[in-house]
Design a binder for this molecule. Sequence first.
Ligand code: PMV
Length: 319
Amino acid sequence: MQITVSAPGKIHLLGEHAVVYGYPSLLSTIDKRLEVILTLLDKSNDTKEKIQIQTPEGTGLIYKSLEIFQKAARLSQLPPLHIKVESDIPVGSGLGSSAALSVALMGALFKGIKNLWNPVKINELAYEVEKLQHGNPSGGDNTVVTFGGLVWFRRETEFLKSIWNLPSASYHLPSLILIDSGRPKETTGEMVSYVNRLYTQKKTFYENIFKDQERETRNLLSALKKGDRENVKRAFYRGEKNLEKMGVVGKKAQSLIRSIEKLGGFAKISGAGGITEGSGMILCYLSNFEKIEEIAKKFGCNIHKVNLGVEGVRIENGE
Ligand code: PMV
């Protein structure tokens, strides 16, 4: 018995970091996906390895997901399994590859072992995996990856999240270029702890930035609804400035972003950011694509074109 479940990557349009402190964030899925191909092996399978894993990345997150699934499904032990992961989502660059993996795997385990398909449950358990992986995540990544499209997300309390799954067809979502400013040296968990240390020292300063970021996130949503390109640009511009004030954007990313702005475009980091080396993917829009290519080349960075608002976790096929 074999089942394939896929989940998309995601970007933070705006509100990252502030979302950890209970402010809203706006996230969107992107048209890059990860697939989990789960095979239930014959029970008489007498190989020593009852859980076989084939993945381009580490297995830590997979074992954490299995443990959480086993507990939630109240299974004394898991059946023999083969898990294969294939992905076109770049890892460790703020595109939600870990959320896509835990969501797709949770979906495949529920469907394959319990014959259940419940995105709310998938999301809830993927959040538990994200917590083991990242420490204090908001839950935004796993939510948008599960439900797809455009998501307005706010963590009200640890056990209550406001989730608005917005129909992407009712918004003017631009195609964006992602410029890879390099894999951050710091993990998402480390960046979240770093901001938390600074927040504890300068609470009023950070609260003011977060409040302003909420205003810009609301402005961005309204501008996307109306298709008001000037205000989309303004919200991204101010949002990026706030992220720089928070201290999460490295020097290389900042000068790359300034180059795009000088030509009349907008650009911002997306996700946790990074300081010492790269800052992950930079979202960028400039009508002149050749110019973006030129700038990216000058900074030695790769680019990806992405469409927003695609479908969330889904079953690709299964017996
Ligand atoms: O870099 P990513 O994709 O893991 O996004 C992190 C976003 C933060 O707001 C910094 C943390 C969170 O859990 O929301």
